[in-house]
Design a binder for this molecule. Structure first.
Ligand code: ADP
Length: 486
């Protein structure tokens, strides 16, 4: 299946190296339980080397003073290189994460390519302003890179979420140290190598595989790192923010969610059922914006639950490499156990299990869970409040629009939300009243490199994607004053 040599060492200064202490960790294919390869496990000493390489790139003319048109072309070339290697990268992603090859190859990879092209377009359009200040002065601003950016990414969309950070950070002229999740480090390592192949100077993109508590923590603490762009759990987001305070790094956090998908009585029910299913079963529900709470207005509640349960029953697990598979393997045994804990909690709290909830295997192997739907869930239940990060939907009945909005906002999170209705006024009203960084109307799980994505409340702050968000996150503004009267 994986025909190309697998990159499994630390990538610093455009070269492969072992961890200083020689340590490695296994990365496992969750659909088979087999070890794909042993990967070098970066420790503080390796982060030290990565920071030195990145800092030297930031003072090296080849990168610091690179003509912005050339920076743009390099990003475009990297997009081309990723596109040319898309089959290889998609197979790696599926082996490492367990997601269907269909998703890796047909959704993730094209969006990664598009993302690098979009931010290639930003690289030579970053500019300051001249500002009409009082007095005999010329005042203007320069938009400069932040410096060395540590990007820490999770295992659910390993290459996509790396691209969301790496592409804009490089477009803005920063040097990057990318710390991929320990469960899924392989595509990020190949990305580092591809960047060197297309001509990014040494030290501009470094990739340091390793564990969060070692490699990740060392990156967050290092005084030579100027900013941390993090995507992961709310729990670790809190640690990152606390640790980064010591050196006052610029921090952005894209964290968990418990996103509501609201189905009003006047909705196109068939479309809403389809949307609710992709909202929670796409990516095995291991999606920060997963529509994990489905709020349904009472007049259509029973009809909806029946159709949704039926659809879940038809969303079957399969070998992720089989191109017809739409529900893959849960990323790790440990994660599957966590998710099963929530299935048990749902039953114990009195929710009605109407589909799935069973641990299973494919060809006798792997960590699989059938598409799961709980009905009659109450907002205070654990499965309605905590992020499960698996293919488990909680369906809650709501009385009317007001109740739907109140229930939707009854959470500490605020990443995304969906609303299904044929009433345009209601749709916009709901969009305005929801505490969420993204609202989808009559659709779900739409993304585009040009549209900002990020959280309200405990889903974090700072935005990925979109050029304004990139400038905000990956540049800093300098104000320059010139006396005109001497
Ligand atoms: P998930 O629940 O998706 O596994 P985590 O928040 O645990 O999310 O992990 C997201 C990323 O954060 C991973 O790359 C992980 O290694 C890293 N990480 C975990 N703990 C820490 C930490 N203490 N400091 C920095 N990074 C960490």
């Amino acid at each position: 299946m994986l025909q190309h040599p697998i990159r499994n060492r630390i990538w610093i200064g455009n070269e492969w190296s072992d961890a200083a202490d020689g340590g490695t960790f296994a990365t496992v294919n969750p659909a088979t339980g087999e070890t794909i390869t042993e990967v070098s496990s970066a420790q503080a000493a390796d982060i030290e080397r990565a920071v030195a390489a990145a800092r030297s790139a930031m003072t090296n003319d080849a990168w610091r003073n690179m003509n912005p048109h050339k920076r743009s072309r390099l990003l475009w070339k990297l997009a081309d290189a990723i596109e040319a290697a898309a089959d290889e990268l998609a197979a790696l992603e599926t082996a490492d994460n367990g997601k269907p090859y269909f998703e890796s190859r047909k959704v993730d990879l094209p969006s990664v390519v598009e993302n690098f092209r979009y931010f290639a377009g930003l690289a030579d359009r970053i500019q300051g302003a001249t500002i009409p200040v009082a007095g005999p002065f010329l005042n203007y601003t320069l938009r400069e890179p932040v410096g060395v950016v540590g990007c820490i990414t999770p295992w659910n969309f390993p290459l996509s979420l790396a691209a969301w950070k790496v592409a804009p950070a490089l477009a803005c002229g920063n040097a990057v140290i990318l710390k991929p999740a320990e469960q899924t480090p392989l595509t990020a390592l190949r990305l580092g190598e591809l960047a060197a192949e297309v001509g990014f100077p040494a030290g501009v993109l470094n990739v340091v595989p390793g564990f969060g508590e070692t490699a990740g923590a060392a990156l967050v603490r290092h005084p030579g790192v100027d900013a941390i762009a993090f995507t992961g759990s709310t729990e670790v987001g809190r640690i990152v923010m606390r640790e980064a305070a010591e050196t006052l790094k610029k921090v952005s956090l894209e964290l968990g969610g418990k996103s509501p998908n609201i189905v009003l009585a006047d909705a196109d029910v068939k479309a809403a059922v389809r949307g609710a299913a992709t909202g929670i079963f796409y990516g095995k529900g291991e999606v920060c914006a997963a529509g994990s709470r489905v709020l349904v207005e009472r007049p259509i509640y029973e009809e909806f639950v029946e159709a949704f349960a039926d659809r879940a029953a038809r969303t079957t697990v399969g070998d992720p490499m089989d191109e017809s598979t739409r529900l893959g393997a849960i990323v790790t045994e440990e994660q599957l156990e966590r998710v099963m804990g929530y299935v048990e909690a749902g039953k114990a709290e009195g929710a009605r299990l109407v589909a799935g909830g069973e641990r299973t295997t494919v060809n006798g192997k792997g960590n699989f869970l059938t598409a799961t739907v709980f009905a009659d869930v109450e907002s205070k239940m654990k499965i309605a409040q905590e992020e499960i990060f698996g293919p488990v939907a909680a369906v809650l009945p709501v009385d009317d629009l007001e109740h739907a909005i109140a229930t939707a906002n009854d959470t500490v999170f605020g990443l995304a939300a969906g609303v299904w209705t044929r009433d345009i006024g209601k749709a916009h009203r709901v969009a305005r009243e929801l505490q969420a960084g993204t609202v989808w109307i009559n659709t779900y799980n739409q993304y585009d490199s040009a549209s900002p994505f990020g959280g309200y409340r405990q889903s974090g702050f700072g935005r990925d994607l979109g050029y304004e968000a990139a400038l905000e996150k990956y540049t800093q503004v300098k104000s320059v004053w010139v006396a005109m009267d001497r």
